[in-house]
Design a protein around this ligand. Structure first.
Ligand code: C5J
Length: 253
C-alpha cells in the first residue's frame, strides 16, 4: 500500500481533500435499508466508491470486449450510479472513483495477468480506444456520464481490488470513514474483490444491486447473495432507491 508522505506530490491530494459542503454537518444519522439488516451510519463516515466505470469495460473495442464479453450488459448500472453520485455530491459526502489499468511500460502488470486466457487483444495492445487497459489512453477514462468532478479522488489500481497497491486505505483513514457503498463493475470481480478487501480492513460495505453489473447476469445475482448470506458474511446488499430514501428529501434536488 502506498503510504502518504509529507510534500510528496503523488499523495498530496490525500492531505488536501476536505469536504466542501456544510450540509454534511447538518445531516443526521442515515438509516439505510439493506439485506440482511438496516445499516445506520453518520454521513461524515460514509463514502461512495465507484469501481472501474471505464470505457475499457463499458464500450466496444475495450478490455471487456477483447475477452469476448457483451459490454452492453454493463450499461444498466450507469443511471443508478449517476443518481447516487448526485445525492452524495449535493450532501458533500466523500466520493472516490477507481480505474483499473497499468503504466505504459506495463511494469506494474504481472505477466500472469497479461498472458492469461486467449483474448482478441492483450493488455497493452493497440485498440480503437488506444492501448488496452493502459493509463492515459482514451479507453482508460471513466465514461462521460460518471466523470469525476474536482475534489473527488481517482484511484488508479493495477489489480482487481481497490486497496491493493493504492492510496485508498490512507484516504479513508484520514477522512474517518467507517462505511462504504461500493458500486461499479464488475460485480463478481472488482466490486467483490474490493468488498472483501474492505471487509478484512474493518469497513462495513453496502453493495447496491442495481448500481453494479456483470457480463454474466447469473454471476451478478450469486455474487450479491454471497455478500449478504450468513447474516452478512462480508457486507450488505441494497439498491439505489433504498439508499437514496435514507437521504434528506429522498436524495432529490
Ligand atoms: C475485470 C473489473 N472484470 N473491473 N475488472 O477484469 O471487474
Amino acid at each position: 500500500m502506498a503510504a502518504h508522505c509529507e510534500n510528496d506530490p503523488e499523495t498530496e491530494h490525500i492531505r488536501q481533500y476536505t469536504p466542501t459542503n456544510e450540509v454534511l454537518l447538518a445531516m443526521t444519522t442515515l438509516a439505510i435499508e439493506a439485506t440482511p439488516s438496516p445499516v445506520s451510519v453518520e454521513p461524515s463516515q460514509l463514502a461512495l466508491i465507484v469501481i472501474d466505470m471505464q470505457r475499457d469495460f463499458l464500450e466496444p473495442g475495450g478490455f471487456g470486449e477483447t475477452l469476448g464479453n457483451d459490454v452492453s450488459l454493463l450499461v444498466r448500472a450507469v443511471k443508478p450510479i449517476a443518481q447516487l453520485l448526485e445525492a452524495f455530491r449535493r450532501q458533500g459526502l466523500l466520493v472516490i472513483h477507481t480505474r483499473e489499468g497499468h503504466r505504459p511500460d506495463l511494469s506494474d502488470a504481472p505477466k500472469a495477468k497479461v498472458e492469461r486466457g486467449a483474448p482478441s487483444k492483450r493488455i497493452g495492445d493497440h485498440g480503437p480506444m488506444g492501448r488496452i487497459l493502459v493509463r492515459g489512453e482514451p479507453g482508460h477514462d471513466i465514461v462521460p456520464a460518471l466523470a469525476p468532478i474536482a475534489g473527488e479522488p481517482v484511484i488508479d489500481k493495477p489489480g482487481k481490488g481497490a486497496f491493493y497497491a493504492t492510496e485508498l486505505g490512507p484516504i479513508l483513514q484520514h477522512r474517518g470513514i467507517s462505511t462504504l457503498i461500493v458500486c461499479g463493475v464488475t460485480t463478481e470481480v472488482c466490486v467483490h474483490t474490493t468488498v472483501r478487501e474492505a471487509n478484512d480492513r474493518g469497513y462495513r460495505c453496502i453493495v447496491p444491486s442495481d448500481a453494479t453489473a456483470s457480463y454474466f447476469p447469473e454471476f451478478h445475482e450469486v455474487a450479491l447473495r454471497m455478500v449478504a448470506a450468513q447474516g452478512g458474511i462480508f457486507g450488505w446488499v441494497s439498491d439505489s432507491t433504498r439508499i437514496l430514501r435514507a437521504f434528506p428529501a429522498g436524495g432529490a434536488r
